[in-house]
Design a protein around this ligand. Structure first.
Ligand code: NAD
Length: 293
């Protein structure tokens, strides 16, 4: 039976590691400040924003949430982001995705000062990631690396298959696994919707990271016995037996735990790591913007 890689435990360890750093900043009169901007009224985006706001406050990070109507223009939104970029009291800038139709998300991200881009989506940070140079890393794949490190799972010299090539998970995940280090130095394959015979590609993997967005897509018989399986997927499936009428499942069949050596549950695996690493990136930003001495 696979070791359960518990995202709640590791996220708490990440937060614990931030407390002393936040106190050290406070002693110098600096309160790390995360701004979260949301446009429109997508209900799940509002839930995400509220949980980011609460997680920041709970840790002593100032959270400034800006809510804009769906009628906001591109120019207004970019001006807002530029003002945050120029505000010395703000250390982290996050613009909640997706933006309403008609707004150009890339142009908004380009308006974020790279040193405050705590999502790690600005082309400057994407370049630094590709070059294995210090910069803000996207929170979800960065959380996966932190999880592997917490459990002492090394990827060095092993075969990793990342399923999915999105800008926020798959691609940065592959880049991180290529970096030098114990949770890097992997031989990385990136599979995606055009990959033929996905099962045989996955069967080669010592480490599988699934970031597809399709419920229980990766099957038990695709997994090499003893592989480490990281399930990034968050999918709702109808379930009349539950109060809500649905339950949340990953991209990987739960029965994979009988062949894998270690596996993240869904929920409670990668999910809690993402917000923890967002807070971590915000503290990093505050420290870099206010160097000691
Ligand atoms: P996305 O839709 O942007 O990308 C999905 C990727 O899967 C694409 O690159 C696509 O090529 C690939 N894909 C689709 N169908 C495939 C197939 N049949 N075979 C192989 N590859 C296929 O999604 P995303 O934003 O990367 O998110 C992926 C999943 O991770 C979603 O379930 C999302 O909810 C979840 N997610 C979780 C967190 C978290 O905090 N845990 C954060 C971000 C995303």
């Amino acid at each position: 039976m696979a070791t359960r890689l518990d995202g709640k435990v590791v996220a708490e360890a990440v937060r614990e590691g931030l407390r002393g750093r936040i106190q050290a900043l406070a002693a110098r009169g600096i309160v790390p400040c995360l701004s979260v901007t949301i446009v429109g009224d997508d209900p799940s985006s509002h839930i995400y924003v509220n949980s980011k706001d609460k997680a920041a406050r709970d840790l002593g990070i100032e959270a400034r949430t800006f809510r804009f109507p769906a009628t906001t223009t591109q120019a207004e939104l970019e001006a807002h982001v530029r003002a945050l970029s120029a505000d010395p009291a703000v250390h982290g800038i996050l613009v909640q995705s997706p933006l309403p139709k008609g707004l150009d998300e890339s142009a908004v991200v380009d308006a974020i000062a790279p040193e405050k881009d705590v999502d790690g989506f600005h082309p400057h940070n994407v370049g630094l990631l590709a070059l294995d140079r210090p910069g803000h890393r996207p929170c979800t794949p960065w959380g996966v690396i932190r999880m592997l490190s917490h459990y002492g799972l090394e990827t060095r010299g092993r075969k990793a298959v990342v399923i999915g090539r999105s800008d926020i998970v798959g691609r940065p995940m592959a880049n991180l696994l290529l970096h030098k280090g114990l949770q890097g130095d992997a031989t990385v394959t990136v599979a995606h919707s055009r990959t033929p015979d996905l099962p045989s590609v996955v069967r080669e993997a010592d480490i599988v990271v699934a970031a597809i967005g399709r419920a229980e897509f990766v099957k038990r018989d695709w997994i090499k016995p003893g592989a480490v399986v990281i399930d990034v997927g968050i999918n709702r499936v109808e379930d009349a037996s539950t109060v809500k009428g649905y339950r949340v499942v990953g991209d990987v069949e739960a029965s994979v735990e009988t062949v894998a050596s270690a596996m993240t549950p869904v929920p409670g695996g990668v999910g809690p790591m993402t917000i923890a690493l967002l807070l971590s990136n915000t503290v990093d930003a505050a420290e870099r913007l206010h160097p000691v001495g």
